[in-house]
Structures are given as C-alpha cells and as structure tokens.
Design a protein around this ligand. Structure first.
Ligand SMILES: *Cc1c(COP(=O)(O)O)cnc(C)c1O
Length: 415
C-alpha cells in the first residue's frame, strides 16, 4: 500500500473515499484510480529531471484511459505511443502531438501518414525496412519525418522474459552493431531528419544498473555518430522502471533519474524518458466481489467476479498482486485460490492467499493501474469493467461499464 490507500475504521480507502462506496454505486469489477497518485508520480519525474532539458513521455499502453492521459497532458507530459489508435487517444485527451514519440516494430503506412499529418515529435524507428517505408511515405506527403533509431543495447534487464526487450534475440530495435550503418543510410534519405536515439530494455526493472549500462552504450554510439557528422538533439532512454507489487525494492524515481543524469553528465542532448508502469501501477486498484466460496477437496476457492479478461497479468506472467478486503473482518483466516469465472485453468488472480472473508465481500486487487484495463479483453463475452477516478473526495466515472450489446454491435448474421 502507498499513501493514497489506507484503512480507516477497518475500511479500505482511496484518498478521501471509502472504496466500498464505489463498489456499491458502480458495481464490480471496477478499476479505481487516484488522481493524486498520478499527479504526484508525474511531478516526481519532472522534479527529478529539472536540472536538464527533458521530456517525460508517458507510455500510453500502460493505461490509455482518456482521463488518465488528460491528467498527464495538463501536467505537460509528452506521450510514447505504439499505434495510430493510441495517437488518436492522445489527441482526443488533449495531448500535444509535438510531444509524441512513436515506438513499435510494425508501423503501417497509414499510421505513419496519420502521425506525419499530426506532426509528432519523433518516430522511434526499429528496422531498416521501416526507415525505407517512412522515407517513402513522408516523401509522398511532401514532408520530412523526424527520426530516432531504437538501438538494442544488448543489456539484460533481469526481468521477466516476456517483458525483457533489450537482448540481442529480441524483436525490438536495431542491432547495436548495425546502428551506425543505418544512421548513415538514414542521413542520406531525403525525407528523414535524424533527431535522436532511443532504447527501451524492458519493464518492471528493479535495479538501476541495467539502465546505466544501456545509457552508456547509447552514449558511446552517439559519440561515434558525432564523429561521422551526425548530431543528435535528444537521447530517449525508454521506460521500464519497476514498482513494488510484493517485496520488490525498485529504486525511487529520484534515484533512477539521478543515475541517468550522472550517466549523461556533460551531454548537451535533451533527455526523453518513457515511463509507463511507474506512473500508473500503484495509482489504481481493481475491485472485485466474491461470488462464491467453494471448498474443494484439496483447495478452497474464492470465486470472484473479475477474471483474466479484466486483469491478465497473473495469467500471462504469473504476476503477483496483493489482494485486500475492502472491509476487514474479525474472523479466522483461510487459504484461498482467488479465481475468476472464465473457463480456463489459467484464470486466476492470486494463489494461496490467506484471507478472512465471506461470500459477497469485496476485495481490492492492488497495484492494478498499469497493464490492467489496457490489456483487458471481452473473452467469454464479458463486458469490460467500469473505471473510476477519485480526486480527493470526488468520484468520477471515467469509463462506463460496457454493455453486452456493444460487444456484438459490429457483428452480422448471414443468411
Ligand atoms: C512499454 C514501453 C514503455 C513503458 O514501459 P514501462 O515498463 O511501463 O515503464 C516505454 N517505452 C517503450 C518503447 C515501450 O514499449
């Protein structure tokens, strides 16, 4: 728990609001976010980097709700996007196109056109054929595309293999050893303008050393580029700073920033970072109600109304989330498998949790603000959860619960 979540008279609260009130009013499953947590996280970043010219590009994929994007946009954030859809969201939320960096290995021509039309800050290019395509698309529009090459520094992020992106065998970025040649090729393309270099080595990193190792490799390459006459305006060191889910001890935002600033001492380039999880992860919880307590032969199950379609991280990465009762009970604890209603054995929220609960109780799945709602699906024709943002004592619904009719509205029966 952090300062935005606390128990008051045995009731779990978010800021000045009792979470069970939200569960009663809006039903479950329901994501709830703290605006103060979002704001404070962003401010910690801008404060930590204030000694240098910098841009904090929130990684939209971590949580793309318009209200969240808008909170960051008002604070002056830029955005890291990975699709044309995310660009459209950023613009709809009031984000500035000229603070957007566009990452991703598979940008389509249409997405490139859309981003050039909007006037984004930079395309983070991930391959030679992407350079060729972008040059052609920009040329056909009579424009020049600002680019950075995403270099793969071949650094072990020491995180879960599914969220590790900076090793040689990964699909992301261009090989470190080929980057120089590609930069020279890009420099010769008439519709591209080289503005930066970027890297992103993985997610949920809990140490600073891999970030520093990556930054040093980026710097070494930038120096080689300078020697061949290519000057960069910015260095983008990606996102990836981890959060505490259980007993992890990630560096603070200030420690992380200081480590990067030290590594980049004496460099003139503007710094860009692309934090996602660390800005939203511990700002949100998922509320879910216990439908049944089922006592099996070997295990007890708490069958809840949230499932892997709502929060995929446990099923996908075997991720651990704390699960807390909204109302503490003075009863003996029992061990439960906390599982959803979906027809998959992988559909679990937590294994072997000691809880004093009863049927009908509501639980908070903690640290669910990042890669929760944004990874949700409609599997089993389950409408997606409502989303609520709390601001002090105020409660705002920032996404209505989906209706089943919406799920099949675009489908057709043929005769
Ligand atoms: C996912 C991603 C991020 C954000 O990662 P977090 O671990 O959520 O901070 C930043 N940059 C790129 C290119 C990404 O793919």
């Amino acid at each position: 728990m952090n300062e935005y979540f606390h128990y008051q008279q045995e009731q779990l609260c978010i800021e000045n609001v009792v979470l069970s009130d939200i569960a009663h009013r809006f039903g479950t499953p329901c994501y709830v976010y703290s605006r103060a947590a979002l704001t404070n996280g962003y401010r910690q970043f801008s404060e930590a980097f204030k000694a240098r010219e910098h841009l904090i590009c929130y990684a939209v994929k971590a949580n793309s709700n318009l209200a969240i994007l808008n909170v960051f946009a008002r604070l002056g954030a830029g955005f890291d996007i990975v699709s044309g859809g995310e660009l459209q969201r950023v613009l709809a939320a009031g984000g500035a196109a000229n603070k957007v960096v566009f990452s991703g290995v598979g940008k389509s021509e249409a997405e490139m056109r859309q981003a050039l039309e909007a006037g984004i800050l930079c395309f983070n290019v991930e391959s030679a054929p992407e350079l060729e395509r972008l040059n052609a698309v920009a040329g056909s529009m009579g424009k020049v595309a600002p680019i950075s090459l995403r270099v793969n520094p071949d650094v072990d992020a020491k995180t879960h293999p599914y969220i590790s992106t900076g090793l040689k065998q990964s699909k992301f970025g261009v090989a470190y050893t080929e980057a120089l040649v590609l930069y020279r090729r890009a420099a010769a393309m008439p519709h591209l303008r080289i503005t930066g270099m970027d890297c992103h080595i993985g997610s949920q990193l809990t140490e600073t050393s891999p970030f520093i190792a990556a930054a040093e490799k980026v710097l070494a390459l930038a120096e080689q580029l300078a020697a061949s006459g290519i000057k960069l305006e910015h260095l983008d060191l990606g996102g990836g700073l981890g959060i505490r889910y259980d007993d992890e001890t990630p560096p603070s935002i200030a420690e992380y920033a200081q480590a990067l600033l030290n590594a980049l001492q004496g460099r003139a380039e503007k710094i860009i970072v692309e934090p996602g999880r660390v800005l939203v992860g511990n700002a949100g919880v998922l509320l879910t109600r216990i439908e049944y307590l089922k006592h099996g032969e070997e295990k007890n199950f708490a069958i809840v109304d949230a499932a892997m379609n709502d929060l995929m991280r446990p099923a996908l990465y075997d991720a651990w989330h704390a699960i807390l009762p909204l109302q503490k009970r003075d009863a003996a604890r029992q061990q439960y498998e906390v599982v959803g209603p979906i027809c998959e054995t992988g559909d679990f929220i937590g294994h072997a949790r000691e809880m004093a609960v009863d049927q009908g109780d509501t639980l908070a799945v903690m640290s669910a603000g990042a890669y929760g709602m944004s990874m949700s699906s409609n599997y089993n024709t389950r409408p997606r959860a409502a989303e609520v943002m709390v601001d002090g004592a105020q409660i705002h619904v920032v996404r209505e619960r989906e209706k089943v009719e919406q799920l099949y509205a675009a489908e057709k029966i043929i005769c």
